[in-house]
Design a protein around this ligand. Structure first.
Ligand code: TNX
Length: 531
């Protein structure tokens, strides 16, 4: 958890072994730190061409220059300045102008290497300045996150550090392997408040994650305001809800919009999930009419799955579902609406098909594209439906057939990418039904070779889900996500050819000083040489 108090931060800085860097200390020349290399970045860039003769130094006079006329580029520049100001103490004015006589970090739209595409960037570091070129603000943003990692780790300190802010010289050309690089938070089993979600967004954005999937409803809680069914959130997400009854809370629509906007400013798109027709006990215990027998079941705070189902043959079910889809679509600018569909064990195959055939067109009616857990493929959905694979195996006939038909797949194999699995037998938090997942397991797979018949073209990307049955705080989220989240982020962004455990674990170890300064409670895996 971050921004706790100054004392913890000072301890983190002291632990980093740079007492000369304490705030208020007199200016002392920085000792020769081991030179950072252009390639010491997570996710690994596509191409790095170091130039040992050139080094850029961030100075008090440096300005951040952005493409004239682009509000989006200006916004990226302002955000980046805010990241650099606390530790440098420099003013770093952000100027939407064509050129300056001063040393500069330039964020330029256009003129990049042809390979960078929609989300990539080209980064050039010379003595005179740093230039990031991209075709979009998303690309510029990605470039600033790379530049952030190329600065000394103390750039993450919350207050002024007296060090020489050098950046290694050369050129990076970089772009993502997959369009979808996601992370998921489960607000249903334990509610995570807006400030916890946005803190996680800050961390995700450093590793070029571009989708945040929010699991908003489940048996244990309903976490989003729905005006046409007004008791859903305050009762279904009210006191006593969540696993063990200790995870109450919900997002108002204003909260949700704030999260969407915060994420969007970091080039992350929110994917809301309303899980159905199973995982619906919180709704059904709040509204008796959503049950076939008209009797509300008691609220549930245990971690069983597969017992609940909406009433498939009742028209009221579809009025309810359409109301919810309409209201969620209205407040969601992103393209996807996730309708769950997993573990509907209380529903027969025929009922499941009936339900999905009613609901799939509703999502389209409100202008959204369906994503769903891989069970949704049982109904042979249209090819624009995206299936999120969460199985532990390496064969799945439905998935391979769907890939052959043209459906896209998001890879979240539970035994690799589930951040709620324990690291090993000693991990205090987490579950272990899909096995223990050490860092090398999370990193050691290829999204386009995981499931037979589901290759590069069928894979839209990867996602790291983090279920909340055992989580209670932001510290818990951080402990399970770090360091495995950066592993999944690298699988989503970097080329298959660059995949290399020795390189990855060395680069991961170098992230630790940054995490300490940001007060990220990471798991110090014995597999990683931590700096
Ligand atoms: C399976 S993954 C679930 C969730 C649980 C998770 C715990 C999936 C689609 N369903 O309901 O929270 O395992 O790891």
């Amino acid at each position: 958890m971050r921004r706790r108090n100054t004392m913890t931060r000072l301890l983190a800085i002291a632990a980093f072994g740079l007492p000369f860097a304490l705030p208020g200390a007199a200016a002392v020349a920085a000792p020769a730190a081991p030179a950072r290399q252009l390639s010491e970045v997570i996710p690994a860039p596509v191409e790095t061409r170091p130039d040992a003769r050139d080094t850029f130094t961030l100075r008090p006079q440096t300005v951040i220059r952005t493409s004239p006329g682009s509000v989006a580029a200006l916004q990226v520049g302002r955000q980046f300045a805010e990241i650099l100001r606390p530790a440098t103490g420099y003013q770093l004015p952000v100027l939407p102008v064509r050129s300056t006589p001063l040393p500069e970090i330039a964020l330029v739209l256009g003129g990049a290497d042809g390979r960078v595409g929609r989300e990539g960037y080209q980064l050039d570091v010379t003595r005179r300045g740093v230039t990031i070129r991209a075709n979009t603000a998303a690309g510029l943003f990605a470039g600033t996150q790379t530049l952030r990692q190329l600065l000394p780790a103390l750039i993450e300190a919350p207050d002024r550090q007296r060090v020489t802010w050098t950046v290694p010289g050369g050129r990076i050309v970089d772009h993502p392997r997959f369009a979808y690089r996601g992370a998921m938070l489960d607000l249903a089993r334990h509610f995570h408040a807006v400030d916890e979600i946005t803190a996680y967004v800050d961390l995700l954005s450093q590793y070029k994650i571009n989708y945040l999937h929010l699991h908003l409803t489940d048996d244990q809680g309903w976490r989003i305001q729905i005006d046409s069914w007004p008791r859903l959130a305050p009762v279904g997400g009210g006191p006593g809800t969540g696993v063990d009854g200790v995870g109450p809370g919900y997002l108002t629509k204003a909260d949700y919009k704030a999260v969407v906007a915060y994420a969007a400013a970091r080039h992350i798109t929110v994917v809301p999930e309303i899980d159905m027709p199973g995982h619906t006990n919180a709704a059904q215990s709040t509204y008796p009419e959503l049950n076939c027998d008209g009797i509300a079941p008691p609220p549930r705070t245990d971690i069983e799955v597969g017992y609940s189902s909406l009433c498939i043959d009742d028209e009221l079910t579809y009025r309810f579902v359409e109301d919810v889809i309409r209201e969620i679509a209205e407040i969601t600018p992103g393209p996807f609406l996730h309708i769950g569909g997993d573990e509907a064990h209380a529903t027969t195959d025929d009922e499941y098909r009936t339900f999905m055939q009613r609901v799939l067109p509703m999502v389209a009616k409100y202008g959204k594209r369906v994503s769903g857990w891989n069970e949704i493929l049982q109904v042979d959905p249209p090819t624009d439906v995206v299936a999120q694979f969460w199985g532990t195996g390496t064969t799945n006939a439905d998935l391979a057939e769907a890939a052959a038909r043209g459906n896209k797949v998001i890879m979240s194999p539970a035994s690799k990418s589930y951040l709620d699995m324990k690291y090993d037998a000693n991990t205090r938090l987490g579950l272990r039904w899909a096995g223990y997942i050490e860092v090398s397991d999370a990193y050691g797979w290829d999204p386009a070779r995981r499931v037979t018949g589901v290759g590069e073209d069928a894979v839209l990307g990867v996602e790291a889900p983090l279920w909340s049955e055992t989580l209670r705080s932001l510290d818990d989220i951080e402990y399970m996500a770090f360091p495995r989240l950066p592993a999944i982020a690298e699988l989503g962004w970097s080329t298959a050819a660059s995949h290399d455990w020795e390189s990855f674990r060395a680069r991961l170890g170098q992230q630790a000083p940054r995490w300490r300064l940001q007060e990220v409670d990471f798991y110090p895996s014995p597999q990683v040489p931590w700096s």
